[in-house]
Design a binder for this molecule. Structure first.
Ligand code: GTP
Ligand code: MG
Length: 1049
């Protein structure tokens, strides 16, 4: 099939904004950006995106796809793997010519594993067609794609697809179908309005804070306009009801036009009345509300009466064996359709249906008319997308930088205006790199042999959109990475490269058509950047420009496997293959683990499988061994809500600590540990990037712009203050959920305690930003004759928890015998304590996995060097010990922290997937059996109204998720589907060291010799074995007992 498409003719007729390579005489042809639209199709998996794309291509793709094949070929799924699995795995673009309009259409995948491709598609588009299956309704990925469209500031339109299923599968009456469609639209609007109110609330918040501080500027009011109006309204023309399979679709508008003359009403009035609770009074020939109609019980809204009923009639009369063909004739006549009688006589009722429907309500025309009408052209779109694409940066102007800033501002202005004049700065954004086999390139280029690099037969192209100026083949541009800062000299070395663009192509699915140049507002593929761009980048004709903000990805690659060649001699080929794969797939991550394994991280099983296949067949071309998935765990201690207060009491001033002493006896380390409130742990985990920036000392201004770049919806607040507030809230949350009303005063006490604790945060770990806290020691205790390493609440200081001056107070008081030198030594050893803490939190005692949600207080006391030895000795001893001593303190701190964890009931923490399952009722039993085997926890189950499907939400441990989807499919004969998204971390309640002791326990579990180990212990042992750590396993404990047991069986 691949061959067929590549050979297809490219007479997508006149290209408005391109200059074709072989026709340079056209180069001065004026193009009109008003006639361009860049759109993508987004939806949950299987809701019909590629099928819809097929119809658009068949009608307006310039003949690359025959209309007979539309909906069957799935033209945009040109990879073999996509055809085999029948899902889309990448986003790809095709150019369509609709009337005088030039439309770039990007089809995107709906499967969770490929959600990164949705981000790359959304970035290059201005409008999004959001599809929803009328039977399945809103799903998890529907939420995700709506959010993506919102973040990237796309203009969305809604397509309710598969309306035929309401007629043929669910056999709903037109009225029931109407209610269902109404509900879906309502739900989708609800989602979008939640995004809007998120933004709205933050706007109000930031405005109030300005008002409070007394300098409310005029401009602060402008963004307060809470749009109450629904985003998607059929009467506004941005909702289409469709059946991509049979090739039809309509908007309320299409019918309003038709009925206007029949009913003698204006089409504008009808357009409003054809959706919602509007009724037609046949006697008075008036459009009325529910009250105005005499027999209100039987009345149907006009949408049902005038639109759905004729539709239902056509379906029923053609498809049902006893269908009345006379009804069909009547509809054909009343809607003035001309259908060749040959087609009406076809024996296949489906063919008759398609012949009628595709003429009556042609899908492509309906969709593209809506696109042209409701979606902005690049000029309009870029003027409001600019704040997302190139957010305004707060910079401090000085004499050196003013030239740079002026030019950067000029670039921003011309992106905002989508300036396509040849003199405008040229700016493009590459959202991904993709590989095509070299043989797919247009003929001439292969002969020229200008094709770059590798012998793998693959060529890398950039998927890009031009935002300003004109790009032409042969042009030299700057490639700016996301970290580039035009104001920093050193940034020019690290984050900028220069590259020559070898060729530009117009994309037709898999086919490529070379063009000599392309103007602002267009989407192209570019060859010649493979050496310069790994995944995404900004191209610019001037070095004095900011890079575009980074794209937001919904999830991170979490499924990791180790890969090695079957034959060690192929190592070189594998490494090269991994490098190519890393480049070709925007979402894969290739790393080398601490133990030297090559680790591949993918988004999920389907994605992983495709990566491995690509490696084997395209990029490395050697046989490979793939390890079982490497699941990561975390370690923590017991400490649930019930004993929050106990937990804290123990921490502040009890004598329950673990003590270790350095081998030279000069330093005694006492460590206490407690469990952090879970909300706080989660917050620290989530905010690691922001925390990293704060701790790293970025200024408020920079932080603000960084947050904006990361795509946080809430843009207008001070990120440090926001984080501080969220930390306090997290602690309060924990309180309100854990302690009853009775204990008011204790709550107050707890809060005060926390407030003082928050002023003592010395460090976070592991790697400076993890979910574990090191507090500075409390002041009171000391060991006679020694000095305490005090530390400094560095993180609290950064976060602004400490009041000025307060934190410095500690240095003043020291024990009288401590001499100056000892104090200085104590100070210099602070970094050893920190390193010890970092090491301990990066590898816990259970199986060397990072710690999670723990707080430590480390008190390290150093005592003076023994004064007995003579003076000379001391200096030698000191010099020699000094280096070693720091190491000793570090090790002692690390060991003490680990020991403290072991002592306080350690627990294993595992990652959980949120899982959405859909199952027909008859398979519920099998589905629950599969869930139970996978240690899943069901959180919600509900019948989907008006459909035979059950939707179940559950948490499934990542460890248990491999092969889950396959097993589910097998057990339910393919009727159930499951989608997994990484959700959160959660401690296993089981004690890994549990040994039954009391009589009851022994009765329940046996005495530990004959029962299998508990899950936690099994998981720990598996990890330890993988890491080559010693595993304690009692092989046979009571041989006799086992024999008797065996005999019984
Ligand atoms: N009954 C019915 N089936 C449809 C309709 N549109 C698409 N389908 C079927 O739904 C299935 C999925 O269609 P695709 O177009 O591949 O869906 P997709 O959204 O591109 O899926 P992904 O790209 O994998 O996310 C196919 O079997 C189609 O034939 C429709 O309007 N009615
Ligand atoms: Mg698809």
């Amino acid at each position: 099939m691949a061959e067929k498409i590549s050979e297809a003719s490219f007479n997508a007729t006149e290209k408005q904004s391109f200059v074709e390579s072989d026709d340079s005489s056209n180069s001065d042809k004026k193009s009109d950006p008003n006639l361009v639209r860049n759109i993508c199709i987004l939806a949950h998996v299987d809701h019909g995106k590629t099928t819809l794309a097929d119809h658009l291509i068949a009608s307006y793709g310039g003949g690359v796809l025959h209309p007979k094949q539309a909906g069957k070929l799935r033209f945009m799924d040109y990879l073999d793997e996509e055809q085999r699995r029948a899902i889309t795995m990448k986003s790809s673009s095709i150019a369509l010519q609709f009337k005088s309009y030039f439309i770039n259409l990007i089809d995107s995948p709906g499967h969770m594993d490929f959600c990164s491709e949705v981000s790359t598609a959304a970035r290059l588009s201005d409008g999004a067609l959001v599809l929803v299956d009328a039977v399945e309704g809103v799903h998890i990925q529907t939420h995700a794609v709506l959010r993506q469209a919102w973040i990237e500031k796309l203009t969305p339109c809604l397509v309710l697809n598969k309306v035929d299923r309401l007629i043929c599968e669910l056999r709903l009456s037109p009225m029931e179908a109407y209610n269902r469609l109404l509900r879906i639209i309502h739900e989708v609007n609800g989602i979008v309005s939640a995004f809007q109110s998120e933004k709205y609330l933050s706007d109000v918040d930031s405005m109030l804070s300005v008002v409070a501080s007394g300098d409310a500027g005029e401009e602060n009011y402008e963004f307060i306009d809470n749009e109450e109006e629904d985003t998607f309204q059929p009467q506004k023309g941005n909702v289409i009801f469709a059946c991509a399979l049979d090739g039809w679709g309509f908007g309320v508008y299409d019918f309003a036009e038709f009925y206007a003359s029949k009913l003698g009403a204006s089409s504008a009035a009808l357009q409003k009345a054809l959706w919602g609770p509007h009724y037609f009074n046949a006697k008075t020939k008036m459009i009325v509300g529910k009250k105005g109609i005499s027999s209100a019980a039987k009345a149907r809204p006009m949408f049902v009466q005038f639109i759905l009923e004729p539709l239902w009639q056509v379906y029923r009369s053609t498809l049902e064996s006893d269908g009345d063909r006379g009804v069909l004739e009547k509809v054909i006549k009343s809607f003035n359709l001309s259908i060749p009688s040959r087609e009406l006589q076809n024996k296949d009722p489906k063919a008759v249906l398609q012949a009628v429907m595709s003429r009556w309500l042609p899908l492509s025309d309906t969709i593209l008319s809506m696109v042209v009408k409701c979606m902005p052209d690049p000029v309009a779109a870029q003027s409001f997308r600019i704040s997302r694409l190139l957010p305004k940066r707060d910079t401090f102007e000085n004499a050196d930088s003013s030239d740079v800033l002026t030019e950067a501002e000029l670039v921003r202005k011309s992106v905002e205006a989508c300036d396509s004049s040849p003199t405008a700065p040229c700016v493009a954004f590459v959202s991904k790199m993709f590989a095509v086999p070299i043989k797919m390139l247009p003929r001439g280029e292969i002969l020229n042999n200008s094709v770059d690099e590798n012998d793998s037969g693959e060529c890398f192209l950039a998927f890009a959109r031009i935002f300003s100026g004109v790009l032409f083949a042969g042009q030299r541009v700057f490639v700016l990475s996301a970290l580039y800062d035009p104001l920093k000299e050193e940034s020019k070395q690290k984050h900028v490269q220069e590259a020559d663009l070898q060729s530009l192509y117009l994309m037709m699915g898999q086919g490529l058509k070379p063009v000599a140049s392309a103007k602002a507002g267009n989407i192209v593929a570019i060859r010649g950047l493979s050496q310069h761009i790994l995944k995404s980048a900004t191209l610019s004709s001037t070095i004095h420009s900011w890079p575009f903000s980074s794209m937001v990805f919904q999830v991170a690659p979490t499924l990791k496997v180790a890969i090695e060649p079957s034959d060690p001699a192929d190592m070189g080929a594998l490494m090269k293959g991994l490098r190519l794969l890393n480049r070709a797939d925007p979402f894969v991550e290739v790393t080398v683990s601490a133990r030297g394994e090559h680790v591949l991280a993918a988004a999920g099983e389907v994605h992983l499988e495709r990566c491995v296949k690509d490696l084997k067949e395209r990029f490395a071309k050697v046989s490979l061994e793939v390890s079982p998935p490497l699941v990561s765990y975390k370690e923590t201690i017991e400490g649930e809500m019930t004993n929050t207060l106990e937990n804290l009491k123990l921490f502040s001033g009890s004598s329950d600590y673990v003590e270790k002493t350095t081998p030279n006896g000069r330093c005694a380390v006492r460590v206490q540990v407690m469990r952090l409130p879970t909300p706080l742990t989660k917050l620290l985990d989530e905010s690691s990037e922001l925390l990293g920036d704060i701790i790293g000392g970025k200024s408020k201004q920079v932080l603000k712009s960084l947050e904006t770049l990361r795509g946080s919806i809430v843009q207008d607040e001070n990120p440090i203050e926001a984080l501080k507030k969220r930390m306090m809230d997290a602690i309060d949350n924990d309180l309100s959920s854990g302690i009853s009303e009775m204990e008011r005063d204790r709550i107050e006490k707890y809060r005060t305690l926390w407030r003082t604790l928050l002023k003592r945060i010395w460090a976070l770990g592991p790697r400076q930003v993890g979910p574990n806290i090191l507090f500075t020691p409390g002041r009171e205790k000391s060991i006679e004759g020694s000095v305490l390493i005090k530390g400094f609440p560095y993180v609290s200081d950064r976060l602004g928890f400490c009041d000025v001056g307060e934190s410095n107070g500690t240095t003043g008081e020291s024990s009288p015998i401590a001499d100056e030198m000892l104090l200085r030594e104590a100070e210099s050893l602070e970094s050893s304590v920190l390193s010890g803490f970092q090491l301990a939190t990066s590898a816990g005692p259970l199986c060397d996995e990072p710690m999670w949600g723990l707080a430590f207080v480390v008190e390290a006391f150093i005592s003076p060097i023994d004064r007995q030895s003579n003076e000379d000795n001391i200096s030698i001893q000191q010099a020699e010990q000094y280096g070693m001593f720091t190491g000793q303190v570090m090790t002692a701190v690390k060991e003490a922290c680990r020991a403290a964890v072991l002592q306080r009931k350690p627990r294993l923490v595992e990652a959980l997937y949120f899982c959405e399952l859909n199952t027909p009722t008859e398979y519920l039993g099998s589905m629950y059996a599969v869930l139970a085997r996978r240690r899943a926890r069901v959180i919600k189950e509900e019948m989907q109204e008006g459909s035979p499907l059950f939707t179940v939400n559950a948490y499934v441990p990542v460890t248990e998720s491999f092969g889950f989807a396959d097993e589910l499919r097998r057990w339910t004969s393919g009727a159930s589907s499951a989608l997994l998204v990484l959700s959160h971390w959660e401690p296993l309640l089981e004690d890994p060291f549990f040994v039954p002791k009391t009589e009851e326990e022994i009765e329940e579990h046996g005495d530990g010799s004959s029962v299998p180990q508990n899950t936690a212990r099994k998981l720990i042992n598996a990890v330890r074995r993988r890491k080559g750590l010693p595993v304690e396993e009692k092989v046979v404990q009571h041989a006799t007992k086992q024999r008797t047991l065996a005999r019984k069986v």
